[in-house]
Design a protein around this ligand. Structure first.
Ligand code: FO1
Length: 329
């Protein structure tokens, strides 16, 4: 009598794992969330932008994703909540407190709940799961690690914690390099390792986030990029550089300051050289179609589509393109 297969083995590969950080990543994550059956999307989020501020533990990339997936985000800014007020911050300013990092009144509730939960000994994954449930989000949101990893930006005028570089200095100083403090002892998210070891993953999507400060910190958590590479599912990466520019954020400026050509080809080279065998498909925008042959010399397949996401329709169209490409493999 043949051993009947478990339901997990019988179900086809339907789960999608997306790697995301920042605003660009959250856009494609939203497109995937609005395209897939609710329970099938897992998002692995960068936490190296996290920092302690005013006694609060702030997790910007997690919150940008949560607010985007729950349709609460300030769409113009990409981060923070729509319809926000800043009465608490203004009152803090009158008392001489730090107001350079704009914490809205409603946003503060998230930081207060997270900070008190962490202070009670919950892990970042546990408090993120609570926030996901309370915000009515169906997708699964996984911090890359529950251990502290902090991006330090090395600049011509010294080393800066990430938010000091990104917000207080408004990405002004020229970057010379990045360091992820704590990364060597950071343990990868166990739930994601479990997902990658099981047969249910249909594809892995590396969203169009900043390679240096959003995706590299995730991939460099010990054991993680190898687990992604060794998973049977294809890995598809969407270039964050289109026609020599970053859609949003300092990626292009950072590349120029590091002496790297600001092209989709250079992004492909970044990943192939650091994570050999990881990326199966590299997706570039139609405006960069002429680069396809050049990039295809690298050990990956190149696909050309419209990768600029302005509307929800654009986000869903790109998500559908990615999922279709993965199925064809
Ligand atoms: N980005 C800014 O440029 N200025 C801010 O004042 C700011 C406040 C802020 C508050 C909460 C939050 O979750 C994100 C916030 N961000 C702000 C964005 C954040 O610095 C970046 O989104 C990430 O760290 C990089 O993607």
């Amino acid at each position: 009598m043949a051993q009947s297969q478990s339901s997990a083995q019988r179900r086809p590969q339907t789960k999608v794992l997306a790697l995301s950080g920042g605003v660009g990543g959250a856009k494609l994550a939203l497109g995937l969330a609005r395209t897939l059956p609710a329970d099938d999307l897992h998002v692995l989020v960068n936490t190296a932008d996290d920092f302690q501020h005013l006694g609060l533990h702030i997790s910007p990339d997690i919150d940008t994703l949560l607010y985007t997936l729950s349709d609460q985000a300030n769409a113009m800014q990409g981060w923070g909540l729509a319809g926000e007020t800043f009465h608490a911050l203004d009152a803090l300013g009158r008392l001489g407190g730090d107001t350079w990092f704009r914490l809205g009144d409603k946003d503060l509730a998230t930081h207060l709940l997270r900070s008190s939960a962490l202070a009670q000994g919950l892990t970042l994954s546990e408090v993120t799961r609570t926030l996901v449930q309370r915000m009515g989000i169906q997708s699964h949101v996984h911090p890359m690690s529950d251990d502290a990893v902090r991006t330090i930006v090395h600049t011509g005028t010294g080393a800066l914690p990430f938010q000091h570089y990104f917000v207080r200095e408004q990405c002004g100083p020229a970057v010379a390099g990045f360091e992820f403090e704590g990364i060597k002892r950071a343990r990868p998210n166990a739930e994601v390792l479990g997902l990658l070891a099981a047969p249910g993953v249909a594809c892995i999507v590396i969203c169009p986030s900043n390679p240096y400060v959003s995706i590299d910190p995730i991939l460099q958590v010990p054991g993680l990029w190898h687990a992604l590479r060794d998973c049977a599912a294809p890995v598809l990466l969407v270039s964050p550089i289109v026609a020599g520019m970053a859609i949003k954020g300092p990626a292009a400026k950072m590349m120029a300051e590091l002496g790297v050509p600001v092209t989709a080809a250079a992004v492909a080279e970044h990943y192939c050289s650091r994570y050999p065998g990881l990326v199966d498909y590299f997706l570039i925008d139609e405006t960069d179609g002429k680069l396809a042959a050049d990039i295809a010399r690298l050990p990956l397949e190149v696909a050309v589509t419209s990768t600029v996401m302005k509307t929800l329709q654009d986000k869903q169209a790109l998500a559908q393109f990615v999922l279709k490409l993965a199925q064809e493999r």
